[in-house]
Design a protein around this ligand. Structure first.
Ligand SMILES: Cc1cc2nc3c(=O)[nH]c(=O)nc-3n(C[C@H](O)[C@H](O)[C@H](O)COP(=O)(O)OP(=O)(O)OC[C@H]3O[C@@H](n4cnc5c(N)ncnc54)[C@H](O)[C@@H]3O)c2cc1C
Length: 376
């Protein structure tokens, strides 16, 4: 329930960054979270998601009513359709098909990006999320030859995880440069290549896939795959398109809030230069060249800045590291390897991932408490 006279913050999009920001804000201001999905459906760990969907869902697909610190917020299941800056109002269509408006004192835009088959901004019920999840898994489980296209973390983690999950499948990883993970420190590539080769993934540098006309890389297809780099076409039973062709989910926003690529322009404080009541965080925010405010945990900073803005206090700035960092391969049988911006790996042993990292560091420390799932 809303407190009387407290400022109201609309959080537009409750994915990884929006959810955390809403959690930080909910004790201090009235939060209305608007979300196309019925819970957190994280964009993280694609490889684990397709290879072991039950394990992935335990940490990365979580109903909103399980987050204790989100309890004071009002969560609206709907799709944002417009923004009226003068009236401080967002427009949305609810899951039931009704048109609604919500007014705000401050707006946080965290609608993320569309990427591949696994990050799409359409309205979904819990059943539809579950069906999609299992369909991708079943498609790959039935494939004798799997081609993964792309050179970033999503492609690498998919190739490794499907190769270890289905050792009899042939797994080919095709990427355009001479190495993978070009936005990470070169040391990361060294470590990751060893893991891929040990798992039997066949590496194909210098292959740039030709994307068929009109195809948005939004589903798993069958081969053959053609190349713009001249090689003969490649056959596969299942092709995962992980080309990193991200599109910002900003079609509902006025264009003067956006940069030339359609991302939300922000100052280092994550505040819009066009409207001081508007902030952005996560993959949708043009905060730095890597748009890294999600993985660099700027949710806390943007929540503090929104409160400071509402109270007339000065704002703090986001300072991202210049290289990508974090987990690339996701949890494996020997633990979870996390790479620092310097490329140096740090490993959480397997026992500690289930017994310390997830329950204590992630669920308690990062999210402030997550209830067990209800049966049924
Ligand atoms: C704790 C944490 C750890 C991380 N660790 C790593 C790591 O180790 N390695 C790494 O590479 N990255 C990591 N990341 C970053 C991660 O890969 C992505 O950058 C992150 O998932 C992006 O989050 P987001 O909130 O911007 O987008 P999303 O999680 O995609 O959220 C956007 C949400 O908005 C919704 N939406 C979109 N349009 C609309 C609309 N019109 N109406 C309503 N809802 C809409 C979408 O459906 C979605 O739910 C981490 C992020 C976090 C928060």
């Amino acid at each position: 329930m809303s407190g009387v006279g407290r400022p109201r913050v609309v959080v537009a999009g409750l994915g990884d960054s929006g959810l955390l920001s809403a959690i930080h804000l909910a004790r201090h201001v009235d939060v209305v979270g608007i979300t196309a999905k019925p819970g957190l459906v994280s964009g993280q760990e694609l490889g684990l998601r397709v290879a072991r969907p039950e394990d992935w869902a335990r940490e990365y697909w979580v109903a909103f009513d399980r987050y204790r610190r989100l309890d004071p917020a009002r969560v609206v299941h709907g799709r944002l359709t417009g923004l009226d800056l003068d009236r401080r109002t967002v427009h949305l269509e609810t899951a039931g098909g009704r048109a609604l408006e919500e007014t705000y004192d401050a707006l946080l835009i965290s609608t993320g990006v569309t990427n591949g088959f696994w990050r799409r901004p359409h309205l979904q019920t819990a059943e539809q999320v579950g069906t999609d999840l299992m369909a991708a898994h079943a498609r790959l489980a039935a494939a004798g030859a799997i081609a993964v296209l792309g050179g970033g973390a999503a492609a690498v983690s998919t190739a490794l995880n499907v190769a270890t999950r289905w050792p009899s499948a042939r797994v080919d990883l095709y990427y355009p440069a001479d190495r993978l993970l070009t936005r990470h420190h070169p040391r990361v590539w060294h470590h990751v290549r060893q893991r891929l080769e040990a798992a039997g993934v066949r590496l194909h540098p210098g292959h740039r896939a030709a994307v068929p006309e009109g195809f948005e890389c939004d589903r798993i297809t069958e081969g053959p795959v053609e190349w713009t780099t001249g090689q003969p076409s490649a056959a596969a039973d299942a092709v995962v398109w992980a080309l990193g062709r991200v599109r910002p989910n900003t079609g509902w926003l006025p264009s003067h809030l956006l940069d030339e690529d359609g991302f939300v322009r922000v100052r280092p404080t994550l505040q819009s230069p066009a409207d001081p009541r508007v902030f952005a965080v996560g993959d949708v925010a043009a905060s730095d060249p890597l748009r890294s405010s999600a993985r660099n945990r700027a949710d806390r900073l943007v929540a503090a800045n929104i409160r400071d803005h509402l109270a007339g206090r000065p704002l703090r700035e986001f300072h991202p590291p210049g290289k990508r960092w974090g987990s690339v391969l996701g949890p494996q049988h020997d633990g979870l390897q996390v790479f620092a911006p310097s490329g140096r790996p740090f490993r959480f042993p397997a026992w500690s991932v289930r017994r310390v990292l997830q329950p204590w560091i992630v669920r308690r420390g990062i999210y402030g408490g997550v209830r067990p799932p209800t049966e049924g």
